[in-house]
Design a protein around this ligand. Structure first.
Ligand code: GLA
Length: 401
């Protein structure tokens, strides 16, 4: 798993050149600027621990080899000029005076770049500006944290350019603030943490109460593979439903007299007179935290069947209690589990579409890819894009020019 190939014949279409090259090139070609540096940040796949981060709970993502790159050059006129290398002109260029009130960018790509840049500029303590070009190899909107990768890549680039010191946890938090304030998505901190703290060959066991990160070694590539499969479904409902689940959890915690569901247990939840939706959400969170612990222990012990069983239970809970799955994700998970050598399979990310993640023996990868493709064609009428996940390091400055 640690040095598995990042792509298979079923992979998302291969980009023409690595993201860093496309970003550098767009900065020169479209904005006419000479890059001073290129920073990058990875997407993530969450192995287990879903909808627990905003409940002070446990999560266990790994940083993917697919990443977003941001090439940047300084300006001294207070302007931020942005270009999205992968989008067609003229919608790919955006200009903003960092002293002015930012426009409403909800639902637009610019939010993920202007947001972190504006927050970094506010920390600079002097007038700053930049030309920034971004390019991403993280599938967009697929539940693999393309937004956090963009935020963290841009924040890493401009903070370095402007000499703003941002310790890793502050970097993750600043990017979450950008997502809340500029993109209008009330996310937890998992995605930004994964983009910052990723380590090759490891998953991250993150305790979202104190944001402690433990790096857990993944099985060797010869022992296991992780396959990520994109349902291709993008539900416009997702943001509203996400906020609704978050509110249900907060209301359940309040009713139990707790600061967060991290301190709840099943007996108290069952004894309380909670409306069904809140009770189910609370039960999911409490059990999911237990599953994360058990999954991490199983991975450490090399007990892949036990790890896979926890993934299966997580999916069932997300489908039946938290109710964030959909028919296409269920079909992919069901097809994966029918393949010999598969240990477990679940939806990953916020839900209502996006991807599944499957833990399997290396020999199962080829039949698994075929089964996933058949299942999605039957459920959705489309081929299934899937890839073998390779782990990678978190955000860093790739080059200074
Ligand atoms: C999205 C959010 C994360 C997390 C997951 C669900 O990815 O950005 O903070 O809540 O959903 O686990």
């Amino acid at each position: 798993m640690t040095d598995a190939p990042g792509a298979t014949p079923h992979a998302h279409p291969a980009p023409r050149a690595p993201a860093a090259d496309r970003a550098r090139d767009a900065l020169r070609r479209v904005l006419g600027a000479r890059p001073a540096l290129v920073a990058c940040a990875p997407g993530r796949v969450n192995l287990i621990g879903e909808h627990t981060d905003y409940n002070d709970g446990l999560v266990m993502p790994l940083a993917l080899a697919q990443r977003c790159a941001a090439a940047a050059a300084p300006r001294d006129d207070g302007l931020l000029r942005l270009v999205a290398a992968d989008l067609a002109p003229p919608g790919n260029v955006f200009e903003h005076d960092l002293d002015a009130t930012p426009p409403d960018l909800r639902g637009r790509w610019q939010a993920y770049a202007l947001g972190p840049a504006a927050l970094c500029a506010a920390l600079a303590g002097r007038r700053v500006g930049a030309d920034v070009a971004i390019a991403s190899d993280v599938p967009i909107g697929a539940g693999l944290s393309s937004s956090a990768a963009a935020e963290v890549a841009v924040a890493s680039a401009v903070s370095s350019l402007w000499g703003v010191s941002l310790p890793p946890l502050d970097l993750a938090r600043l990017c979450r603030r950008a997502e809340h304030g500029f993109a209008g998505v009330p996310c937890g901190l998992m995605d930004q943490m994964a983009a910052v703290f990723g380590r090759e060959g490891h998953a991250m066991l993150i305790d979202c109460r104190d944001n402690r990160v433990e790096h857990v070694p993944l099985p060797r590539a010869g022992a296991a593979a992780l396959v990520v499969a994109d349902s291709g479904v993008r539900h416009s409902l997702a943001a509203g439903q996400y906020a609704a689940r978050r509110a249900a959890c907060a209301a359940a915690a309040r009713a139990l007299g707790l600061a967060s569901l991290r301190d709840a247990d099943e007996a108290t939840i069952n004894a309380a007179d909670l409306p069904r939706e809140r009770r189910d959400c609370a039960l999911h969170v409490v059990r999911e935290n237990e599953r994360v612990r058990a999954f991490a222990a199983a991975v450490r012990a090399g007990d892949l069947p036990a790890a896979g069983a926890r993934m299966n239970e997580s999916h069932e809970s997300l489908r039946d209690l938290y109710r964030v799955s959909c028919a296409e994700l269920d079909a992919l998970v069901c097809a994966a589990r029918s393949v010999p050598g598969v240990f477990g399979s679940r939806m990953t990310g916020g839900g209502f579409g996006g991807c599944t993640v499957t833990l399997c023996a290396p020999r199962a990868v080829a039949p698994l890819l075929a089964a996933l493709d058949d299942a999605l064609r039957a459920a959705h009428g489309t081929p299934c894009r899937a890839f073998v996940a390779a782990s990678s390091r978190g955000a860093h400055v790739l080059e200074r020019l």
